[in-house]
Design a protein around this ligand. Structure first.
Ligand code: ATP
Ligand code: MG
Length: 426
């Protein structure tokens, strides 16, 4: 019988790459908490209706990508395909608006979409995302964009591009929608099947198509920017001005759309040239109608999500996986020595040192080889003699210098030992 494999489109995140994940989480946590964003952890499955309302039935995500199932109580539940709907539900359910003002929230975790697995596209993937709920001020759009670019820059990703657009308000979009349908109708037969389908349901999404002929047709489509009313124009101008003030470069891409009624004004994406077809690392925008759509009072909001897998593909090109190596590697042989080695390791860990204990019981020579490979700075050696005398040998792995001391001396001088270890890392 063969071993059981992961389902298609899912992956183990192995220890050899976990360093990247932890690095991204550390950087993001730091940057987001400095801006007073609080982490929120909604459940991974929700009632299916939340996503039907919160993302919209005319989208690919809801139409064909959801993991929906009935539980044993015959409820229709769905593994979350994205984070925003759950965060807004939590905001309403827990009265997070009660204190007034704006709410700044961020999240991290797995998302689930039934898509064709390929590089940068999985069925279980991870997003880090944030939502700024409670203000329609253009500064909010720019704050969230700036935070995304800060995170990506701090991680060392320099050559990313920011595309922005405005999808206007409900009125603007209604007028634009009509103009788009009129434009596309004569080309109906030439559009790809998905786009033909969208012509009635969600024509704005045709602009997003990756099909070759559709892309050509899109080139001469009317631009949403010509359909923006005064208020929308003003908002978009302010966003651009503030981005410029912050020194954030952007490109206006009128094809960048979010096709649902509750998306408004700013839409943006951060794109890399190094990711092939799956080029978007971060996608976001304003969704002033969503809170109301989910049963709350009209409340403007803006947010984004970064795809972790795509981000890590880019990080891998830049640097080797951050790995931890121990400060000290403990080598021991013989029953009494092995017991003392375990105790020493625990005590040193309690002092704040990183300690790896060799448990192989193999010959000293083999244990020393492993100590070298571990990247440790020093090695503690306990044999029969040391066990009897309650001593230990401290061996510096680079210089090969070694000294014998009693185990209590080792602990009395642990401060000094730490200093020595520090000197050796430099
Ligand atoms: P795409 O056009 O690539 O399908 P999307 O518009 O569906 O993206 P969003 O819903 O805006 O993506 O999600 C934000 C980000 O999450 C994307 O920019 C991407 O980095 C990541 N993402 C989305 N779907 C997947 C997936 N199936 N696998 C890996 N990452 C994904
Ligand atoms: Mg998608």
């Amino acid at each position: 019988m063969g071993t059981i494999q992961t389902p298609p489109g899912t992956k183990d995140i192995l220890p050899e790459e976990i360093g990247y994940w932890q690095y991204v989480e550390t950087v993001a946590t730091q940057i987001l908490s400095r801006a007073m964003y609080y982490e929120i952890r909604p459940p991974i499955f929700e009632q299916t209706s939340l996503f039907e309302r919160g993302i919209g039935e005319a989208t690919d995500v809801v139409g064909k990508e959801m993991y929906t199932f009935r539980d044993r109580g015959d409820r229709s539940l769905t593994l979350r395909p994205e984070g925003t709907a759950g965060v807004v539900r939590a905001y309403l359910q827990n009265n997070l608006y009660a204190a007034g003002g704006v709410k700044r929230l961020w999240y991290f975790g797995p998302m689930f979409r039934y898509e064709r697995p390929q590089a940068g596209r999985q069925r279980q993937f991870h997003q880090i995302g944030l939502e700024l709920i409670g203000t329609g001020d253009p500064r909010a759009d720019v704050e969230v964009i700036a935070l995304a670019t800060d995170i990506l820059k701090t991680l060392g990703l320099q050559s990313l591009k920011l595309d922005i657009n405005s999808v206007g308000d409900r009125n603007d979009r209604q007028n634009y929608r009509e103009a788009l349908v009129n434009y596309f109708l004569p080309y109906k037969e030439e559009l790809d099947p998905d786009s033909q389908d969208r012509l009635e349901k969600n024509p704005l999404r045709i602009l997003d198509s990756k099909a070759k002929r559709t892309k050509e047709i899109n080139e001469n489509a009317p631009s949403i920017l010509e359909y923006l009313g005064d208020a929308s124009k003003k908002h978009f101008d302010q966003v651009q001005q503030l981005l410029t003030d912050l020194g954030i470069e952007y490109n206006i891409n009128p094809c960048l759309v979010r096709g649902l009624d509750y998306y408004t004004h700013t839409a943006f994406e951060i794109i890399s040239d190094d990711l092939g077809a799956q080029a978007t690392v971060c996608g976001g925008g304003r969704y002033d109608g969503l809170v109301e759509e989910l049963g709350g009072n009209p409340t403007p909001a803006v947010g984004w999500a970064i795809g972790m897998e795509r981000l890590i593909i880019l990080l891998k090109k830049l640097q080797p996986s951050p790995q931890t190596s121990p400060d000290i590697y403990v080598v021991s042989r013989g029953e009494a020595a092995e017991a003392q080695g375990l105790l020493l390791a625990q005590k040193l860990r309690a002092e704040g040192l990183t300690v790896e204990l060799d448990m192989s019981g193999s010959a000293f020579g083999k244990q020393f080889k492993r100590a070298d490979r571990s990247g440790a700075i020093a090695c503690l050696v306990l044999g029969e003699e040391e066990a009897v005398n309650q001593t230990v040998q401290l061996k510096w792995l680079q210089s090969k210098e070694q000294q014998t001391m009693t185990q209590s001396e080792l602990f009395n001088q642990v401060g000094e030992l730490k200093e020595q270890l520090n000197r050796h890392t430099k």
